[in-house]
Design a protein around this ligand. Structure first.
Ligand code: TXE
Length: 500
């Protein structure tokens, strides 16, 4: 049924070596205080790629102390903005020079198609840092017209030590969304990577130091959430926390931040984004985009268009075409050319997705294609399409985070608006229509941080991204992300002679 590009029993040897597996603290790769390591696994087979130093509370303490010193004593926040920008631009050149290694590590550790990593994600990684390098010397405050004999200005200052916790679905891009704006604004950082994907961040951080980043400004800790992650979220000397991951863990880190030093928190959490196909849509384009919106990155996207709402008049045709498209999806070894879908990240996520497929069948939805694992090794899942999905089914309510498309039927606009908004998530929405009024109505009515009209997953360094409701708060990328890492200081100077 599927045109597998290569026999799964013979995984292709990744064209890269793993050279960096220790913690990065104060500019040096070091063992964890406990000496413990954990294995990072190849999702194609479940085999060990490398043993990585396992950071814990003690290592977070060491990393925060290094970041504190780098912030309080400089040179990073005290360097000119131009010099900081130059370091970031040198880093961009190194990313471009080492695209092959970065892309290979990303695919090996995560399972995403190599072409996607090499042609889309690493270039975007580079683009993001170039974008933030451009901001470094364009950050300034305001002069304020206040009543009375005062000269009033605002200073925009770095917030201090930023704690950042990232997930495994886009390891390099999440690194850029967090580290880029924090460095451009002059902060120091302790970054905790996801336990499933520690490798590419260590490589990138090494390049950043090669570009001239002073020691202690960026510290990278590999390790687990309840230990290293929780220690970072609750640290008294961390001035700001940025988190991307599940809504459940977002609640935990917010609580830890509140119970410790009330550090401000930005959150980018889960989603169950509607993808609305109106009766006047270009059906073929809508089918292809809805497929991409859901299946991209093995379905492991926080903004995946995971509730495909289709107008009743075109529903049957849409189902037939979506099914045919999913059956053509090329699943296989992500290092093989032409492969569109690799394995899920790990056994836990694989089982989670398989359980949702089971629940979809049990609750009465119709499997149009897929529904089973792919091959007998690693964490591959067949591209799966459900029709006849109802709003109250778990597959229409929960974030599945896998290659499972749920297609629902709707009759009119006000109904689909109500149903789209009737959940606690609000990350993104897709709208397919050729009618301007319909597009405008949906744009304003949908409660989501991004609305894509006749497109989906258009990411650009300048476009802000973030959630409404329980999909999080704060915006990343674009000019908005800078505010996450800046303090505003009002300076009021009494004027001796206001007339002058
Ligand atoms: O997420 P977690 P998991 C969703 C998706 C997925 C589900 C579970 O639905 O199936 O979450 O994935 C760290 N204190 N998303 O378990 O736990 C953890 O080490 C501090 C959506 O991987 O949220 C990792 O670095 N930190 C999402 C990060 O949090 C903790 C991307 C994310 O892990 C912690 C990933 C704790 N107590 C999953 N527990 C998106 N928004 O894109 C864990 N962590």
């Amino acid at each position: 049924r599927y045109s597998t590009a290569v026999a799964l029993e013979e995984p292709i040897k990744p064209p890269v070596e793993v050279n960096y597996t220790k913690l990065l603290i104060n500019g040096e790769f070091v063992n964890s205080a406990s000496g413990k390591t954990f294995p990072t696994l190849d999702p194609r087979t479940g085999d060990v790629i490398a043993h990585v130093a396992e950071g814990d509370a003690e290592d977070i303490n060491r990393a925060v102390a290094a970041a504190r010193k780098a912030f309080d004593e400089g040179p990073w926040p005290k360097m000119t903005a131009y010099e900081r920008s130059r370091v970031l631009l040198r880093f961009v050149d190194l990313i471009d020079k080492h695209t092959d290694e970065l892309a290979a590590l990303e695919t090996w550790d995560n399972g995403k198609p190599h072409a996607q990593a090499a042609k889309v994600e690493v270039p975007m990684f580079s683009r993001l840092f170039r974008y933030y390098a451009g901001w470094a010397d364009k950050i300034h405050g305001l002069t304020v017209q206040a009543d009375g004999p005062y000269h009033v200005q605002t200073l925009h200052e770095p917030i201090g030590v930023a704690g950042q916790i990232i997930p495994w679905n886009f390891p390099l891009l999440m690194f850029a969304w967090k580290v880029g704006p924090a460095l451009a604004t002059g902060n120091s950082i302790v970054l905790k990577t996801a336990e499933q994907t520690p490798l590419s961040a260590l490589y990138a951080a090494k390049l950043l130091h090669e570009a001239g980043l002073p020691e202690g400004v960026l510290n990278v800790i590999s390790g687990f959430g309840p230990t290293a992650g929780a220690a970072l979220a609750s640290h008294m000397d961390v001035d700001k926390l940025a988190f991307t991951g599940s809504t459940a863990t977002g609640k935990i880190v917010t609580e830890l931040a509140g119970r410790s030093n009330l550090k401000p928190v930005t959150l980018e959490l889960g989603g169950k984004s509607p993808f609305i196909v109106c009766e006047d849509a270009n059906i073929d384009k809508a089918v292809e985009t809805a497929h991409f919106a859901l299946f991209f990155n093995q379905g492991q996207c926080c903004c995946a268009g995971s509730r495909t709402f289709v107008h009743e008049k075109i529903y049957d045709e849409f189902i037939e075409k979506s099914k045919a498209r999913a059956m053509k999806r090329v699943v296989g070894d992500p290092f093989q050319k032409g492969v569109e879908q690799g394995p899920q990240i790990d056994l836990e996520q694989f089982e989670k997705v398989m359980n949702y497929i089971k629940s979809g069948v049990e609750s009465g939805a119709t499997i149009e294609t897929g529904g089973a694992r792919f091959g007998d090794k690693g964490y591959y899942i067949q591209p799966t399409v459900f029709s006849n999905v109802q709003d109250n089914m778990l597959i229409a309510k929960d974030e599945i985070f896998g290659p499972v498309q749920s297609i629902l039927k709707f009759k009119d606009l006000s109904e689909v608006i109500k149903r789209s908004n009737a959940i606690n998530y609000g990350l993104a929405a897709g709208v397919f229509t050729q009618n301007l009024d319909t597009a405008n109505t949906l744009t304003r009515a949908l409660r989501a941080g991004t609305i894509w009209i006749n497109c989906f997953d258009v990411f650009d360094a300048a476009i802000p991204f973030g959630g409404y409701k329980m999909s999080g708060h704060g915006r990343e990328k674009g000019v908005y992300s800078l505010n996450n890492y800046l303090q505003v200081k009002a300076v009021v100077t009494s004027l001796k002679n206001p007339a002058w």
